[in-house]
Design a protein around this ligand. Structure first.
Ligand code: NAD
Ligand code: MG
Length: 359
């Protein structure tokens, strides 16, 4: 068992990481203040884990909302299902919402908690690797709008995060790999020793060895917690968490959401961001080689799709939303574990890097 605290003053909260955290309510029952609980989950996760969670809440008045599965349902219309149930069951301001699922469920449940009666408490029980190491920590919640991803949302921190590693037993391999992209990201942007630890332990991690997973989730959350504690609302440094994401966003948009998973697009995007850092002579090419190798061993793509062209790529990266000096703001590396947010990369150098990557 590992736990850590995200330090946000009076909004601080603990993150518990272990196999079978759910079976240890002595750890977390104190984070449910009232009698009313509403579990928000989806049609894939409910048959797997809902009954086990409810069994731990026998002294509460529990209801559940089972949402349809998928990013396509992360919208305001689906969100209404949560409000409908809360109102039909007379949930008051003392209720606690529990998100049981991946990042989609977590973002939606968190946003419902931020809005219902102007804000109620909630708990995150992430069930994907990505949601354990990324989306359940940090308080960003929200839904998509037809014109943009995550465009409607709020900052709302949970009471606690329960990362029960046994939930990962049923996670499909591709989803597991996608989560590993964000794990590797923390090593690259701010934790060189963690990156080296990942290089040494990648084979065991991919076999989902419990002790290694516990360490990887712990160190990922610890890194995210540090960055978020410094910059809760992304005024500055929190942006380094977006390494590879601007390139990745272009890939996700071009290929259609779902065809490339977010983590897959981020993986190829991180390779592009590191290649650009090398091209600018900010980063030693040895780091790029090592990063590629690690991502490949995690089952992730390291090159962009071959059906995009450079112009489309730059367009989707937001060339149309140029910052003041006319250049894209990108997260780049100056060393292993050292990220900077910079708008110094000239567009012709970005284009060259894309061409070199086969775009
Ligand atoms: P997801 O929630 O869609 O889950 C992936 C798939 O795995 C789904 O089909 C889900 O039903 C299934 N699943 C979940 N747990 C399972 C389990 N234990 N066993 C078997 N199947 C399981 O995707 P995700 O990658 O977890 O999250 C992506 C979402 O997170 C995106 O909407 C993204 O915008 C959001 N996100 C938010 C933040 C944040 O800071 N709030 C950060 C990163 C990503
Ligand atoms: Mg991400």
């Amino acid at each position: 068992m590992k736990n850590l605290e995200l330090d946000l003053g009076e909004r601080s909260y603990p993150i518990f990481i272990a196999r079978d955290v759910l079976g240890q309510p002595n750890l977390w029952a104190q984070y449910i203040a009232g009698r009313q609980v509403c579990i928000v989950t989806n049609s894939t996760v409910a048959p797997l884990y809902l009954a086990a969670l409810k069994a731990q809440l026998s002294d509460k008045s529990v209801c559940e909302v089972v949402l349809p599965d998928g990013e396509a349902h992360k919208n305001l219309a689906t969100l209404e299902q949560i409000f409908d149930t809360l109102l039909e069951k007379n949930h008051n301001r003392g209720t606690t919402l529990i998100a049981l699922g991946g990042g989609v469920v977590g973002d939606m449940c968190g946003f419902a908690a931020a809005c219902y009666q102007r804000g109620v408490q909630f708990i995150q029980i992430p069930s994907t690797l990505l949601s354990m190491v990324d989306s359940s920590v940090g308080g960003k919640t929200g839904v998509n709008h037809p014109l943009g991803k995550n465009m409607i949302g709020a900052f709302h921190q949970p009471n606690c995060v329960l990362a029960d590693l046994s939930l990962l037993d049923t996670l499909p391999e591709r989803e597991f790999s996608a989560g590993m992209a964000e794990v590797i990201k923390y090593g690259l942007i701010c934790d060189a020793p963690f990156f080296e630890w990942l290089e040494a332990n990648i084979a065991g991690l991919m076999r989902r060895d419990t002790d290694l997973l516990e360490e990887a989730v712990y160190r990922s959350c610890a890194n995210k917690a540090l960055v978020v504690a410094e910059d809760e609302r992304e005024g500055g440094r929190r942006a380094i968490l977006n390494l590879g994401h601007t390139f990745g966003h272009a890939i996700e948009t071009a290929e259609g959401y779902g065809n490339w998973l977010h983590g897959e697009a981020v993986s190829a995007g991180m390779v592009l961001a590191l290649s650009l850092s090398v091209e600018l002579e900010w980063l030693n090419s040895e780091i790029l080689t090592r990063a590629k190798s690690l991502l490949q061993q995690a089952g992730l793509p390291v090159a962009p799709p071959n059906n995009m062209d450079v112009d489309q790529f730059l367009q989707l990266m937001g060339r149309d939303k140029k910052v003041l000096d006319g250049r894209l703001r990108l997260v780049l590396l100056t060393g292993l574990g050292e990220a900077v947010v910079s708008s110094q990369a000239p567009e012709d150098v970005i284009a060259q890097v894309l061409r070199d990557a086969g775009v």
